[in-house]
Structure formats: structure tokens, C-alpha cells
Design a binder for this molecule. Structure first.
Ligand SMILES: [Zn+2]
Length: 338
């Protein structure tokens, strides 16, 4: 039997995901530096209210409040021994909201990075990372998550550990990586290379994509890189931040993306070939509602050019090197430099 997300994708061309959990919890009073995942146990109603906000705005996929719910991250909050309870509760809370929705809502168990630098670049072994992910994924699955949502990863080693963990616990999985202003992950992987890696390893993600990073224009750049090499059956995910982050006086990041910008971003992501579209940091239900409405009202258009993207979302600045325009630009730069 197909997993719930695959079933949804078989009847819908574009599936709307949710927005930011972290930013939402901060606005509900989570203090800077605290582990929002602990709220699954301490303030469950607040976490459920965030999920409800997104479901009411139109999200058909909600991500559990478990991004930093692995033992490495929780150790900083003296909660490494509570991985199971925290993740089980995260999945339960999201499932309860999903069941009350009156329509199909997929519960995706969020799995973020360990925060450790893996061998050979650092000292943390891939086996240790995998063990941490297995522990987290097991609790998410037993709590009712439909899929594992492995996100914001940037290294091949950690991605491998997370995929092997999801496969070991037999949870279907979605993979999204984070690309920065250079159009590569922190470890230098380009979107097209990331896609290639997944294929050569024989991984079978339900969907593959990009999340977080800089702003929506840069996220679109990553999507253009991914869809440029994707095959027809590949499902691409776009989950971009709501504008470019700046630091507020309280040392918390601020996101200035308007609902109009996010609506444009959602349509451009769809036109570029993404089939799962949501928002990352800073994205509120108001933004998701605008995205939902725009996706329904505006007909699908042809693949955007970089000029289309820049006109609507601002400068991309970075490239994956797949667009002829950018190749020309780079060529001109090279000529100037020489
Ligand atoms: Zn983000």
C-alpha cells in the first residue's frame, strides 16, 4: 500500500505544506536558546495551536515539532534521555490535529541535523549519527508520523545516516537540503549534485528538495537546479524562508516576506516544477493562506526564467550553473576577470 503522502501526490498536482514551527513558538513566548521540542511535553496545547493554524490556512502536510529532537541536540538542554517521549509526543500532537481536520493531512516527522560535524570533516561517526536518527525516527513512527521529513541537511555523510535510519525503521522519507548564498550546501554540494547523489545511492525518497537557506529567490534558484536534472517521476519540494533573515534587537531573526511575496514564490516554485510547496522560517498561517489562494487562482505557467524570478522575488545572486543566462553571465565575468 502506498504511503499517505504518495497517495496524496497521486491525486493532486501540487500539495501545500506548512510554515515555520520555530518562529511560531518564539512568537508564543519560547525564549531564545530554549528547546522548542520540550514544549511537546510542557506546552502541548501551544504546539497543537501552531499545527491547527497551518491546517486551517490550507496546509495538507504538517511537520512535527521535532526538528532538533535528536539526542545530540537535546543534550544541550539536559534532555538527551527524553528523545523518545519528546518525539512520540510531537507525532501524537500533529496526528490529533490532522485527525480533526476533516480531510487528509499528512503528518511528517521532522528530523533536522545532529549539529555535530561528521567524519571525515569532524570527529562524530556516521554510525553515531545513524543511531541518533534511528532513535528519533522510531519514536516519530510509533507516535503516528506518516513519513520522516529529513530537512536542513548539508553533508553527504549526515544525509546518508538519516536515510539509512529511515529505511531501517521502515518509514517512507522526504529529503530536503539547505543551500546557502553560494548556491551550495555548507559542505559544498550543489542541488544537481545532491539529486545525483540520491540516485546513485539508490535512495527512494518520496520527495526531494530544498528548504531554509537565505530567502525565497535563492530557494527558487535551488529548485531550478533540482528540477533541471530531475526525472518526470521525481517529486520536488520547495520550502523557502519568508524573506531574508535579519537579526532583531532580541537577537531573534526577523523575516520580512509579505503574503504577496510568498504567493509569488509559491507560484514560481510550482511553475519551476516543485510539487510540494511550503514555507520555512518566518512563514505564518497568513502567508500559507495567500500561497494556497494564489496556487488555486493562478494557472500554472511555463518554467520561469531567472529574470522572471528576480523581477518578483529580488536578486538571486547565486546560480547552480544550469541556466544559459547564468552561464553567459559567468562567462562574461570570467572574461572580465582575465
Ligand atoms: Zn528555515
Amino acid at each position: 500500500m502506498a504511503d499517505k503522502l504518495t497517495s496524496l501526490l497521486s491525486i493532486q498536482d501540487v500539495v501545500l505544506a506548512d510554515g515555520a514551527m520555530g518562529t511560531s513558538l518564539f512568537s508564543l513566548g519560547l525564549s531564545n536558546g530554549a528547546a522548542g521540542e520540550l514544549w511537546n511535553l510542557e506546552q502541548p496545547e501551544q504546539v497543537a495551536s501552531v499545527h491547527r493554524g497551518f491546517v486551517e490556512a490550507g496546509s495538507k502536510i504538517i511537520l512535527t515539532n521535532s526538528f532538533g529532537g535528536n539526542r545530540c541536540r537535546l543534550a544541550f538542554h539536559d534532555a538527551a534521555d527524553r528523545v523518545y517521549d519528546i518525539n512520540f509526543a510531537a507525532a501524537r500532537l500533529a496526528c490529533e490535529v490532522a485527525h480533526q481536520a476533516g480531510r487528509d493531512v499528512v503528518v511528517a516527522g521532522s528530523i533536522g541535523p545532529t549539529g555535530e560535524v561528521l567524519e571525515p570533516h569532524g570527529t562524530f561517526s556516521q554510525a553515531n549519527a545513524k543511531a541518533a536518527f534511528v532513535e528519533q525516527a522510531t519514536a516519530l513512527k510509533e507516535g503516528g508520523a506518516d513519513v520522516a521529513w529529513i530537512e536542513t541537511l548539508f553533508s553527504e555523510e549526515e544525509l546518508t545516516a538519516a536515510v539509512e535510519a529511515a529505511e531501517d525503521v521502515e518509514l517512507p522519507y522526504v529529503l530536503t537540503m539547505t543551500f546557502d548564498s553560494s548556491g551550495r550546501t555548507m559542505m559544498g554540494i550543489k542541488p544537481s549534485d545532491a539529486m545525483g547523489l540520491s540516485k546513485t545511492r539508490g535512495w527512494r525518497p518520496v520527495a526531494f528538495g530544498a528548504n531554509c537557506g537565505i530567502g525565497p529567490a535563492q530557494l527558487l534558484d535551488s529548485i531550478m537546479g533540482l528540477t533541471g536534472v530531475a526525472e518526470t517521476a521525481d517529486v520536488i519540494v520547495a520550502k523557502g524562508n519568508c524573506g531574508i533573515p535579519t537579526l532583531g534587537a532580541d537577537m531573534l531573526p526577523r523575516y520580512d516576506g509579505t503574503p504577496e511575496i510568498m504567493a509569488d514564490y509559491a507560484c514560481l516554485a510550482r511553475d519551476a516544477g516543485a510539487r510540494i510547496i511550503g514555507g520555512c522560517c518566518g512563514t505564518t498561517p497568513e502567508h500559507i493562506r495567500a500561497m494556497d489562494q494564489a496556487l488555486k487562482e493562478r494557472p500554472k505557467a511555463t518554467r520561469p526564467t531567472y529574470d522572471n524570478i528576480q523581477q518578483k522575488l529580488g536578486p538571486v545572486r547565486i546560480t547552480d550553473g544550469n541556466e544559459p543566462d547564468n552561464r553567459r553571465r559567468r562567462e562574461r565575468r570570467r572574461q572580465r576577470a582575465s
